[in-house]
Each structure stands twice: as structure tokens, then as C-alpha cells.
Design a protein around this ligand. Structure first.
Ligand code: 13P
Ligand code: SF4
Length: 357
């Protein structure tokens, strides 16, 4: 039962004390959130992984790419555990190292490798945090950087200072929404298409490109629509519509504001008058915000939206299991990035951590 799992987790944590720290993403279910020492968005959790005190073990309640990032940034000797190794991210799976290497080779053939008169290289690779460690390492090796939804604009500014254009993967929506906000015209954001030979119509598009987008998307956020925004406005005059920038561009344009999970949380917490909020992000987080702020009316833009099914795979039963194994002196479900990959990924992640939201 839930009570029994709560009791087991609490007991194991008491035994382990400060040897273990539990980090949790805002999308985690309440039964996990109540055990987290630190709750945050992707940027904050990456930062926390680097700054947690002397815990031997970081138990990461989130998805696989977040645990990998924590392992890359953790101190020597610290280990990272993901309670359920099947907690992946379908968007992160939409870019793999072979496809990105292939795109890179084609882009080098098109643009060459020489910097322009201002010293800007032809292309800077930027990977969204929601990607495997080997893609972060790719960015580290090729003068690139990682971004999260909270610092994407700062990161793109960083990239445009150093490069004539950006290859942005895996999330087309975050890339498009951020570049558009920065004034890049849509026609200068072509989608990378490995099947269209360069020099054809896609080659012409690429010559003018400022941001080359990858085809990835989030299956949770792509469900939000402009019709839902219109309905919320019709049914709740004065409603404040806030969405995550992984939503498609028309939805972000129709909303009042867009931002990371922490941005959404702060927007709600900062409202001084009772307000109606329609929120376009994962349902566990929206429901928690509604429970924490009874003075406001808070609902999810999509009335039938499912939770992020992979975040939801961190069931309290898994958390109890990994903690009890630690009590017994055994480590299960460790996420460990090979040293060579970690060294390059750290370069790109440290550039990102310097680009504050
Ligand atoms: P945040 O960085 O905004 O927490 O987003 C993480 C994520 O996976 C959103 O889908
Ligand atoms: Fe991945 Fe979307 Fe889930 Fe975020 S909400 S972890 S992008 S599938």
C-alpha cells in the first residue's frame, strides 16, 4: 500500500542519513516528491547534482538523461541511482549519435570548417538537456553547449557569438520557439532532413539558415493545441495561459507566457491576486500546483492529458527498493557514463551551467 511504501522509504532514509540525497523533478508524482531533498527543473537539478554536500549516493527521481547528467557532474566517488532504469524520455531517443554525426559531416561538406572574418565558426551544435550523454559529449568536442528550457535563450546568444549558425537537437519546438523569440525568421530555421541531398532545395535553405532544427518533439507537450487555449479563454475570461516551450509554436504564440517548469511554478507562486491559470505542461505538476495554491483556479489546458509516462515509472516501490538495497550495502540501478564520454559531456554541461537562466 502507499502507506507501507511511505513507511519503508522513510525508514531506509533514516538509516542512510546524509549518505544519500534524493533529487526529484517537478513532474514526479506526489508520493515521490514528498521524499525529495531537492525538487527542481532540469537546470536546477543539474546544478544540485554538482553542489550536493557529501552524499555518497544521489538517488535521482527523474528520467535517464537527467541521471546521466548528474553522474557526469557528480563529484569523484559519488554514484547516481535511477530507481527505475526504464524511465527514459521519448524525445531524447529521437536523436542518436550516428544520425547527428552524419548530419554534422554533411553540414561540414556544405559550409566548410573555416571561421568567418569575425572568427565565428560555420556551425555550433546545441543539444537540449533531454538527450543522451554521448550527444552532450559530441557538443563538448565540437565547440558546442547544452541548454535547458530555462536558459535556451542565453545559450543561443552564446552560440551566435561563436558561430554563424546553430544545429539544435533533439527538440524542434524549443529550438523554434526560442529562436523566434530572439527574432530569427522562420525561413531561417529549416528542419534537418538527412534524406534530401544537399544542394537541392534543402541545400538552398541551409545556406541562409541561422538555426537548423532536428525533428524531435515531446509526446506530452505536442498534445496541447490552440483550440484548447481558445476554449480556456472563452470559458474563463481573464485566464492566464502559461505553457512549456516544448509545446508547438502556435500554442506558445497563443499563450500569455512560456517557460520551464520552474518558471511556471514561480509564475503561479508569484501571483498576488486570486487568478485563473490554464497550464500547458505535465499533469502531475499542474495538479500539485492546484493543491498548493487553493486561492487560485489552476487547471491543465488538456482535460485528458496523460502524465509523462516515463517520469511516472518512478514508482515509490522502486524508490523503496533501491534505498533498502543501499541499506543492505548493495547498489542497484546505478547510471554510469563512461569516463571518455563524461569528460566531453562535462565540457558542454559546464558551459551550460555558466549560462544562467
Ligand atoms: P524543465 O527543464 O522545464 O524542467 O523540463 C524538463 C522536461 O523534460 C520537460 O518536458
Ligand atoms: Fe521527455 Fe516529454 Fe517526459 Fe519531458 S515530458 S521527460 S520531454 S517525454
Amino acid at each position: 500500500s502507499d502507506d507501507e511504501l511511505h513507511r519503508r522509504i522513510t525508514a531506509a532514509r533514516e538509516t542512510l542519513g546524509r549518505r544519500v540525497v534524493v533529487l526529484g523533478h517537478f513532474y514526479q508524482r506526489d508520493e515521490i516528491v514528498q521524499h525529495a531533498d531537492f525538487l527542481g527543473d532540469s537546470f536546477q537539478l543539474a546544478n544540485a547534482a554538482q553542489t550536493v554536500p557529501d552524499a555518497e549516493t544521489i538517488v535521482f527521481c527523474g528520467v535517464h538523461f537527467m541521471a546521466e547528467t548528474a553522474d557526469v557532474l557528480a563529484k569523484e566517488g559519488q554514484r547516481v541511482i535511477l530507481p527505475n532504469l526504464a524511465a527514459g524520455c521519448s524525445m531524447a531517443d529521437m536523436a542518436d549519435i550516428d544520425s547527428v554525426e552524419d548530419a554534422w559531416a554533411q553540414l561540414e561538406a556544405l559550409y566548410g570548417t573555416e571561421p568567418d572574418a569575425d572568427g565565428r565558426v560555420p556551425v555550433i551544435p546545441v543539444t537540449y538537456m533531454n538527450s543522451a550523454a554521448d550527444l552532450k559529449a559530441f557538443c563538448g568536442r565540437h565547440g558546442g553547449i547544452v541548454c535547458t528550457s530555462s536558459n535556451a535563450e542565453t545559450v543561443l546568444e552564446w552560440a551566435f557569438e561563436r558561430g554563424q549558425r546553430v544545429l539544435f537537437f533533439p527538440d524542434q519546438h524549443l529550438g523554434r520557439n526560442t529562436a523566434k523569440k530572439m527574432g530569427v525568421p522562420l525561413e531561417q530555421m529549416p528542419m534537418w532532413n538527412p534524406r534530401k541531398p544537399l544542394g537541392g532545395s534543402s541545400g538552398d535553405e541551409l545556406l541562409d539558415a541561422r538555426v537548423i532544427l532536428w525533428h524531435g518533439f515531446c509526446s506530452v507537450h505536442k498534445r496541447f493545441t490552440t483550440e484548447q487555449v481558445a476554449r480556456a479563454r472563452a470559458e474563463h475570461p481573464g485566464v492566464r495561459v502559461i505553457v512549456h516551450p516544448e509545446c508547438p509554436m502556435p500554442v506558445v504564440d497563443a499563450a500569455d507566457e512560456a517557460g520551464s517548469t520552474d518558471h511556471i511554478r514561480k509564475a503561479v507562486a508569484g501571483a498576488t491576486e486570486p487568478t485563473t491559470f490554464a497550464i500547458g505542461t505535465e499533469i502531475n505538476m499542474v495538479n500539485r500546483l492546484a493543491a498548493e495554491h487553493p486561492q487560485h483556479t489552476i487547471f491543465c489546458l488538456d482535460p485528458v492529458v496523460c502524465p509523462c509516462s516515463t517520469m511516472y515509472r518512478i514508482h515509490p516501490g522502486y524508490l523503496a527498493w533501491v534505498l533498502e538495497e543501499l541499506v543492505a550495502g548493495r547498489t542497484v540501478n546505478q547510471v554510469s557514463v563512461p569516463d571518455d564520454v563524461a569528460a566531453d559531456a562535462r565540457v558542454a554541461l559546464e558551459r551550460m551551467l555558466a549560462a544562467k537562466p
